[in-house]
Design a protein around this ligand. Structure first.
Ligand code: SF4
Length: 211
Protein backbone atom coordinates (compact mmCIF):
# COMPACT_ATOMS: atom_id res chain seq x y z
CA UNK A 1 0.00 0.00 0.00
CA UNK A 2 1.38 3.48 -0.86
CA UNK A 3 2.75 5.17 2.26
CA UNK A 4 0.68 8.35 1.76
CA UNK A 5 -2.59 6.38 1.62
CA UNK A 6 -1.64 4.34 4.67
CA UNK A 7 -0.90 7.55 6.61
CA UNK A 8 -4.19 9.17 5.59
CA UNK A 9 -6.15 6.04 6.52
CA UNK A 10 -4.59 6.18 9.97
CA UNK A 11 -5.59 9.85 10.24
CA UNK A 12 -9.16 8.90 9.33
CA UNK A 13 -9.16 6.33 12.13
CA UNK A 14 -7.79 8.93 14.57
CA UNK A 15 -10.61 11.29 13.53
CA UNK A 16 -13.12 8.92 15.14
CA UNK A 17 -12.00 10.48 18.43
CA UNK A 18 -13.54 13.84 17.50
CA UNK A 19 -16.23 12.97 14.92
CA UNK A 20 -18.87 10.80 16.52
CA UNK A 21 -22.59 10.11 16.62
CA UNK A 22 -24.67 11.34 19.54
CA UNK A 23 -22.94 13.12 22.39
CA UNK A 24 -20.05 12.72 24.80
CA UNK A 25 -20.41 14.28 28.27
CA UNK A 26 -23.49 16.12 27.04
CA UNK A 27 -22.03 17.74 23.91
CA UNK A 28 -22.23 16.72 20.26
CA UNK A 29 -19.02 16.67 18.20
CA UNK A 30 -19.65 20.11 16.63
CA UNK A 31 -20.40 21.61 20.03
CA UNK A 32 -17.09 20.26 21.27
CA UNK A 33 -15.40 21.72 18.20
CA UNK A 34 -16.94 25.13 18.91
CA UNK A 35 -16.04 25.11 22.62
CA UNK A 36 -12.50 23.97 21.81
CA UNK A 37 -12.08 26.70 19.19
CA UNK A 38 -13.43 29.44 21.48
CA UNK A 39 -11.11 28.26 24.24
CA UNK A 40 -8.12 28.75 21.93
CA UNK A 41 -9.20 31.73 19.81
CA UNK A 42 -7.90 35.28 20.20
CA UNK A 43 -10.18 38.24 20.92
CA UNK A 44 -10.65 39.04 17.22
CA UNK A 45 -11.92 35.54 16.44
CA UNK A 46 -14.30 34.86 19.32
CA UNK A 47 -17.33 36.14 17.38
CA UNK A 48 -20.33 34.15 16.14
CA UNK A 49 -19.34 34.76 12.49
CA UNK A 50 -15.71 33.65 12.99
CA UNK A 51 -16.98 30.59 14.83
CA UNK A 52 -19.36 29.76 11.96
CA UNK A 53 -16.47 30.02 9.48
CA UNK A 54 -14.15 27.89 11.57
CA UNK A 55 -16.57 25.01 12.14
CA UNK A 56 -17.92 25.23 8.58
CA UNK A 57 -21.51 25.97 9.65
CA UNK A 58 -24.11 28.59 8.77
CA UNK A 59 -24.55 31.59 11.08
CA UNK A 60 -27.88 30.09 12.22
CA UNK A 61 -26.26 26.77 13.15
CA UNK A 62 -23.39 28.54 14.94
CA UNK A 63 -25.90 30.67 16.88
CA UNK A 64 -27.73 27.54 17.97
CA UNK A 65 -24.46 25.97 19.14
CA UNK A 66 -23.60 29.16 21.07
CA UNK A 67 -27.03 29.05 22.74
CA UNK A 68 -26.49 25.42 23.73
CA UNK A 69 -23.07 26.21 25.23
CA UNK A 70 -24.48 29.28 27.03
CA UNK A 71 -27.30 27.12 28.41
CA UNK A 72 -24.70 24.82 29.98
CA UNK A 73 -22.83 27.86 31.40
CA UNK A 74 -19.77 27.09 29.28
CA UNK A 75 -19.93 30.42 27.42
CA UNK A 76 -20.89 34.05 28.06
CA UNK A 77 -21.20 36.98 25.67
CA UNK A 78 -19.54 40.31 26.46
CA UNK A 79 -19.39 43.53 24.45
CA UNK A 80 -16.22 43.88 22.40
CA UNK A 81 -13.66 46.43 23.67
CA UNK A 82 -12.78 47.28 20.06
CA UNK A 83 -16.35 47.62 18.74
CA UNK A 84 -19.20 48.09 21.25
CA UNK A 85 -21.75 46.89 18.65
CA UNK A 86 -20.07 43.47 18.52
CA UNK A 87 -20.01 40.68 21.05
CA UNK A 88 -17.07 38.56 22.10
CA UNK A 89 -17.70 35.00 23.25
CA UNK A 90 -15.85 33.99 26.43
CA UNK A 91 -15.37 30.44 27.66
CA UNK A 92 -16.25 30.38 31.36
CA UNK A 93 -14.23 28.67 34.08
CA UNK A 94 -16.82 25.87 33.90
CA UNK A 95 -16.25 25.58 30.15
CA UNK A 96 -12.46 25.46 30.64
CA UNK A 97 -12.88 22.74 33.27
CA UNK A 98 -15.10 20.73 30.94
CA UNK A 99 -12.50 21.02 28.15
CA UNK A 100 -9.63 19.97 30.38
CA UNK A 101 -11.50 17.01 31.88
CA UNK A 102 -13.70 15.70 29.07
CA UNK A 103 -12.66 17.03 25.64
CA UNK A 104 -12.73 13.93 23.38
CA UNK A 105 -9.41 14.95 21.80
CA UNK A 106 -7.57 14.83 25.15
CA UNK A 107 -6.69 11.15 24.61
CA UNK A 108 -5.20 11.98 21.23
CA UNK A 109 -3.24 14.91 22.70
CA UNK A 110 -1.84 12.60 25.40
CA UNK A 111 -0.87 9.98 22.82
CA UNK A 112 0.89 12.60 20.65
CA UNK A 113 2.65 14.07 23.72
CA UNK A 114 4.05 10.63 24.52
CA UNK A 115 5.90 10.67 21.18
CA UNK A 116 8.34 13.22 22.61
CA UNK A 117 9.15 16.81 21.64
CA UNK A 118 11.09 16.17 18.41
CA UNK A 119 8.45 13.82 17.01
CA UNK A 120 5.70 16.28 18.04
CA UNK A 121 7.43 19.07 16.12
CA UNK A 122 7.79 16.86 13.03
CA UNK A 123 4.16 15.76 13.21
CA UNK A 124 2.90 19.34 13.74
CA UNK A 125 4.95 20.70 10.83
CA UNK A 126 3.90 17.87 8.51
CA UNK A 127 0.21 18.29 9.32
CA UNK A 128 0.47 22.07 8.89
CA UNK A 129 2.05 21.56 5.47
CA UNK A 130 -0.76 19.17 4.48
CA UNK A 131 -3.40 21.67 5.66
CA UNK A 132 -1.68 24.48 3.76
CA UNK A 133 -1.95 22.40 0.57
CA UNK A 134 -5.62 21.64 1.24
CA UNK A 135 -6.45 25.28 2.06
CA UNK A 136 -4.74 26.49 -1.11
CA UNK A 137 -6.61 23.92 -3.19
CA UNK A 138 -10.05 24.60 -1.73
CA UNK A 139 -9.63 28.29 -0.80
CA UNK A 140 -10.96 27.58 2.67
CA UNK A 141 -10.84 29.86 5.65
CA UNK A 142 -7.64 29.22 7.55
CA UNK A 143 -7.03 29.66 11.26
CA UNK A 144 -3.66 29.68 12.84
CA UNK A 145 -1.48 31.65 15.23
CA UNK A 146 0.16 35.06 14.94
CA UNK A 147 3.65 33.56 14.84
CA UNK A 148 3.31 32.64 11.17
CA UNK A 149 1.04 35.53 10.12
CA UNK A 150 2.08 38.22 7.65
CA UNK A 151 0.26 40.91 9.68
CA UNK A 152 2.35 40.52 12.83
CA UNK A 153 4.91 43.23 13.57
CA UNK A 154 7.19 43.59 16.56
CA UNK A 155 6.36 46.68 18.56
CA UNK A 156 9.20 46.69 21.10
CA UNK A 157 9.53 45.97 24.79
CA UNK A 158 6.44 46.32 26.94
CA UNK A 159 6.25 47.71 30.43
CA UNK A 160 7.07 44.46 32.24
CA UNK A 161 10.42 42.76 32.68
CA UNK A 162 11.98 39.97 30.64
CA UNK A 163 11.20 38.34 27.33
CA UNK A 164 7.50 37.86 28.13
CA UNK A 165 7.07 41.66 28.08
CA UNK A 166 7.81 41.99 24.36
CA UNK A 167 4.74 43.28 22.58
CA UNK A 168 3.55 42.97 19.04
CA UNK A 169 1.23 44.80 16.72
CA UNK A 170 -1.39 43.32 14.44
CA UNK A 171 -1.23 45.42 11.27
CA UNK A 172 -4.61 44.11 10.10
CA UNK A 173 -6.57 45.13 13.21
CA UNK A 174 -4.15 47.98 14.09
CA UNK A 175 -4.13 46.68 17.66
CA UNK A 176 -1.48 45.56 20.14
CA UNK A 177 -1.01 41.84 20.64
CA UNK A 178 0.74 40.45 23.71
CA UNK A 179 3.20 37.58 23.54
CA UNK A 180 0.63 35.28 25.14
CA UNK A 181 -1.99 36.26 22.56
CA UNK A 182 0.34 35.37 19.70
CA UNK A 183 -0.21 31.71 20.58
CA UNK A 184 -4.00 31.90 20.17
CA UNK A 185 -5.93 30.95 17.05
CA UNK A 186 -7.04 33.68 14.65
CA UNK A 187 -9.38 33.27 11.69
CA UNK A 188 -7.92 36.37 9.97
CA UNK A 189 -4.52 34.69 9.81
CA UNK A 190 -2.59 35.05 6.55
CA UNK A 191 0.40 32.83 6.16
CA UNK A 192 3.86 34.22 5.54
CA UNK A 193 6.90 32.30 4.49
CA UNK A 194 9.22 34.71 6.32
CA UNK A 195 8.79 33.95 9.98
CA UNK A 196 8.78 37.10 12.10
CA UNK A 197 11.21 37.60 14.93
CA UNK A 198 8.72 36.26 17.46
CA UNK A 199 10.27 32.78 17.18
CA UNK A 200 13.26 34.00 19.19
CA UNK A 201 11.00 35.03 22.07
CA UNK A 202 9.34 31.67 22.44
CA UNK A 203 10.65 28.72 24.37
CA UNK A 204 10.96 25.92 21.72
CA UNK A 205 9.50 23.29 24.06
CA UNK A 206 6.49 25.54 24.69
CA UNK A 207 6.03 25.98 20.95
CA UNK A 208 6.16 22.23 20.47
CA UNK A 209 3.68 21.52 23.24
CA UNK A 210 1.17 24.13 22.13
CA UNK A 211 -2.08 22.18 21.76
S1 SF4 B 1 -1.31 39.15 13.36
FE1 SF4 B 1 -2.53 37.82 12.02
S2 SF4 B 1 -3.06 36.06 13.31
FE2 SF4 B 1 -2.40 37.72 14.68
S3 SF4 B 1 -4.27 38.84 15.26
FE3 SF4 B 1 -3.43 39.85 13.43
S4 SF4 B 1 -4.48 38.90 11.68
FE4 SF4 B 1 -4.76 37.56 13.45
Amino acid sequence: MPLAREAVELLVQAARAWYFEGDQHGLRDREWMALRFLGRANRFSRSPSALAGFIGATRATASQIVKTLEGKSFLVRKPSHEDKRSVVLHVTAQGEKCLSQHDPINHVVNAVTSLGTDECIRLRDSLREVLNHLDAAHQRLNASICRDCMFLAERGPGTGKGRASVEFMCRLYRAPVSLEETELLCTSFERTRDRPKIEQHLDPARVASRG
